[in-house]
Ligand binder design. Structure first.
Ligand code: SF4
Length: 450
């Protein structure tokens, strides 16, 4: 019997670590002792383990991941007894190997013999071990859900997306029924179904997938223990593949929300037509991730959010937007600034989202209060000092009014100069010498005081 330790670094995560849960099943089937921990635990570190698995997420979690690996590396005989897999391991595994000497597992565990030579098990198809979630105090928000995939990969290759590196082959159909029934038998029924497919609509087996979803109890109106059940394609659906036939099929399920991607303002007409199609089929609860800080401009970002609230007003839909900041696929922190953006604009948006908890309201009046009713107003809001954005009411007549009336007196040229002076989001006294404009100097005073 081997002693196996599974670790997820201590970052926040609402999704249980599916890869580790399947590895746990794999080792338990082999009769091994398995333990799961979140983050660095001094008691666990003192023990000796035959093998340690560490999961990884985005590359910008580089520091915390590296710290976790180094923390446990002496708990095994040699560094190569530490197996590191997941998104970061796949994208920048060479760097991890060089820094730590661990064994990196790239991509999926979908071939026999990846973890132990000669073993015939396809770990990706195993039933995830929900039991390990009871071993830690950390509470995953989505622990009462089946987490699975009905397809793998994506036929597209969008430049900002890592899917073609992690799941290079597009698999049109993955049988989910057996896995769900296995979870029911071993761990009991789960309330919701999260399908993490990258591009499910591109599947030529889409109707079969929908039939599977309905068969396992996630048809429209489905309930469990008196509560509505929900299915969520949490990676979003691709508007390019969203035909009326597919919308009819989606509407048969308990989908909530339907997420339709809206990454580029150039896709506006296509996007609006698909929202109307969803409305026509009774799907009113909609959502999307709004990518920003990529090749878009701040104006394009604002317009995408505004289109959603105007559609809500016109169609009676509820489209929730989740702004998502673009970070390059190999970035080791979150500091990246897109070519049409600067630090102050990004921070301004984060300050608004701090108040709205990361969500853009569906109602126009609240949206306009938070983000402004025009792009010019939006720009005025995000350029204000942080306190004025976050504590809008407190500073309304106590600084913000003065700031606003001075800003409004600036010429277009002065506005550009002012934006450049604060673009780094660090305003120090020396900045006064960079302008002769009295109005700009007056505005800069607000930042230095704050
Ligand atoms: S369509 Fe979606 S999943 Fe596919 S490559 Fe583009 S962003 Fe990635």
């Amino acid at each position: 019997m081997r002693r196996i330790l599974l670790i997820e670094p201590a970052y926040k995560n609402k999704y249980p670590p599916l890869g580790l849960m399947k590895i746990s099943t794999y080792h338990k089937l082999k009769g091994d002792y398995v333990r799961f921990v979140k983050g660095c635990d001094p008691n666990i570190r003192k023990e000796k383990w035959n093998r340690i698995y560490i999961s990884t997420l985005f590359t910008f979690y580089w520091s915390i991941t590296l710290k976790t690996i180094r923390y446990y590396i002496r708990s095994v005989r040699v560094p190569s007894d530490v197996f590191v897999g997941g998104v970061m391991a796949t994208l920048i595994g060479d760097d991890l190997e060089k820094e730590t000497g661990v064994r990196v597992i790239r991509g999926l565990l979908d071939k026999p013999g990846i973890l132990d030579e000669g073993n015939h098990c396809n770990i990706d198809y195993l039933i995830p071990d929900y039991q390990i979630l009871q071993e830690i105090e950390y509470d995953y928000a989505l622990k009462d859900a089946y987490l699975t995939y009905a397809t793998r990969g994506c036929p597209n290759r969008c430049s900002f997306c890592a899917v073609h590196q992690i799941e290079p082959e597009f698999i049109h159909y993955v049988p989910i029924k057996k896995q769900i029934m296995g979870i029911d038998e071993t761990y009991g029924q789960k309330q919701n179904l999260i399908l993490m497919d990258n591009n499910v609509l591109a599947s030529n087996q889409f109707e079969r997938i929908i039939n599977d979803i309905c068969d396992i109890g996630f048809h429209k109106g489905a309930k469990l223990n008196g509560r509505m059940r929900i299915i969520d394609f949490n990676q979003g659906t691709d508007a390019n593949y969203l035909t009326s036939e597919k919308m009819v099929l989606l509407a048969k399920t308990a989908i909530k929300p339907l997420r339709i991607a809206f990454d580029h303002i150039a896709d506006k007409d296509l996007y609006i037509s698909k929202i109307k199609l969803a409305r026509d089929h009774g799907l009113l609860n909609l959502s999307n991730y709004v990518l920003y800080n990529y090749l878009d401009t701040p104006e394009d970002f604002y317009q995408r959010l505004r289109i959603n609230v105007l559609l809500n007003e016109e169609l009676g839909t509820q489209i929730y937007s989740f702004p998502m900041k673009y970070i390059p696929l190999d970035a080791k922190d979150r500091k990246y600034i897109g070519k049409n953006w600067n630090k102050k604009l990004i921070r301004g948006i984060q300050c608004i989202l701090l108040v709205t908890r990361g969500l853009v309201t569906t109602r126009r009046e609240f949206f306009e209060a938070a983000f402004g009713s025009t792009y010019e107003e939006f720009l005025k809001i995000v350029l204000m000092p942080e306190e004025y954005i976050i504590y809008r009411r407190k500073y309304e007549n106590n600084g913000a009014f003065d700031w606003r009336s001075t800003y409004e007196k600036l010429s277009e040229n002065e506005k550009n100069v002012f934006m450049t002076l604060i673009s780094d989001n660090k305003v120090q006294k020396q900045v006064y010498s960079k302008t002769s404009s009295r109005k700009i100097k007056q505005l800069l005073t607000h930042y230095i005081i704050s």
